[in-house]
Write a protein that binds this ligand. Sequence first.
Ligand code: GYE
Length: 305
Amino acid sequence: AGGDGGNGTDGGGDGDIVVGFSQVGAESGWRTANTIDVKAAFEEAGIELKFSDAQQKQENQIKAIRSYIQQQVDVIAFSPVVESGWDTVLKEAKDAGIPVVLTDRAVDSADTSLYVSFLGSDFIVEGERAGEWVKTEYADADKVNIVELQGTTGAAPANDRAEGLRNVIGDDPKFDIIASQTGDFTRAGGKQVMEAFLKSNPDIDLVYSHNDDMGLGAIEAIEAAGMVPGVDIKIVTVDAVKDGMQALADGKINFIVECSPLLGAQLVDVVKKVVAGETVEKRILTDETTFTQEQAIEALPDRKY
Ligand code: GYE
């Protein structure tokens, strides 16, 4: 231990910290950017990171966490694929004296002492931001038929983004969510669900997609059906990864609510504090914005992910 004067490669005081990280999977552009950022941040900090990819399966995450407990890592960080079902394994970590940091997604455990901090976005606010745009965009419309591409069933961002939109437009009967189904946050999922939506609903005005990737899949389905995405059917998504921003700049998506995957530096910070025995904030929020088509054209050249 010691300060991090850090003039050598492994002479700093952080060289002996080991962190186990259980990632959700590689389902989206957001997730890939998040993985790259987390790995880079730990590398730069000189902290050893054990990394595992759960391929969107809770059982794999539970296995990974148990293995990190067995290896007696200093801190466990993970992005829970779904919200519920974590109490047992989190209790095991707690009993082993290993602090857990929730990264990106939340758990619904009533006992909040099972984790030291939750670092990530406010997904309800993201859904509300999408809702505000919808409200303004359709201020003069009489009737708006919305289809919703939901994220992974039971995942915090799916639950909360659904709720956020409804918080804003739910009371107004002119907005009708005529279909809602999961596309599992993937491009292929979004395409498949959108194809089915198009077959059974002749009159779709707007797609609300819980992430860019499913929105990009929906674009393919809309084009294949001979319609123009962004014009015949409008699209609002969440994330603002490069491919999404490009589609926004091209006029195929109409609005994107940003959700930053760049959580690595903040996670390193929390880990250092926890290991040093300092108190950390129970909830750490990320800073985020929204993008119109014009703003996407401006932001794209500097977009890192
Ligand atoms: O929006 C989506 C990803 O948990 C915030 O997961 C994350 C979400 C993100 O697959 O693209």
